[in-house]
Design a protein around this ligand. Structure first.
Ligand SMILES: Cc1cc2nc3c(=O)[nH]c(=O)nc-3n(C[C@H](O)[C@H](O)[C@H](O)COP(=O)(O)O)c2cc1C
Length: 181
């Protein structure tokens, strides 16, 4: 079974990105499993590294065991939500013991505006390059104007679902061929 550590960069209950995650999960290949990372973590503080918090260690272990990383995130002020950056910082530490090293990754997202997500995805890519992840370039998934793209139950149009299916198939191939667990 291919294990994917999934980071959803929004904590709010009715999050478009959580809905997007569920839709992606519904079209993933059968041999792939989503393992959601809890981003509700203490704020990173280098003083705590020596006594690495158990809740963070649990997330780090999931990432370590994963075959790939999938980040599904809104853009906050043209960059990463703090909770996502906080989790990336924790799991990359202590120095020399990052759980991200060599992992294949993907980044997608949803946002409210008609221009949404390109900058946060680019920002994630530059962090991921430093962390030695291998981020898939194409296809891209930017769910702009999110309020018009999900129905009451969080479902998306057939056209959107077809594109998400194509994304997951390509991502599965990416993880298989670029992996170095
Ligand atoms: C602090 C904050 C900053 C935001 N900045 C941006 C932004 O830079 N670009 C953008 O497209 N949307 C921005 N938004 C709007 C988000 O797209 C919108 O809140 C979206 O619903 C968040 O994703 P979620 O539904 O998964 O929580 C911002 C929202 C918040 C709360």
């Amino acid at each position: 079974m291919m294990k994917i550590a999934v980071f959803v960069g929004s904590l709010q209950q009715k999050s478009f990105n959580k809905m997007l995650a569920k839709n992606l999960e519904s079209v993933k290949p059968d041999d792939m499993e989503f393992q959601y990372i809890d981003l509700n973590l203490p704020l990173y503080n280098q003083d705590l590294e020596a006594d690495y918090p158990a809740v963070v260690q649990k997330q780090k272990d999931i990432v370590r065991q994963a075959d790939g990383i999938l980040v599904i995130t809104p853009e906050y002020n043209r960059s990463l939500p703090g909770v996502l950056k906080n989790a990336l910082d924790w799991i990359s530490r202590p120095y020399g013991d990052s759980a991200f090293n060599g992992k294949p990754a993907g980044v997608v997202g949803a946002g409210l505006h008609h221009v949404s997500g390109a900058i946060v995805q680019a920002d994630f890519r530059h962090i991921a390059a430093f962390l030695n992840m291998n981020v898939m370039g194409q296809p891209e998934v930017h769910i702009n104007s999110a309020a018009e793209r999900f129905d009451e139950d969080g479902r998306m149009s057939d056209d959107d679902m077809r594109r998400l299916g194509e994304y997951m198939d390509t991502f599965s191939e990416w993880v298989t061929t670029r992996g170095s667990k």
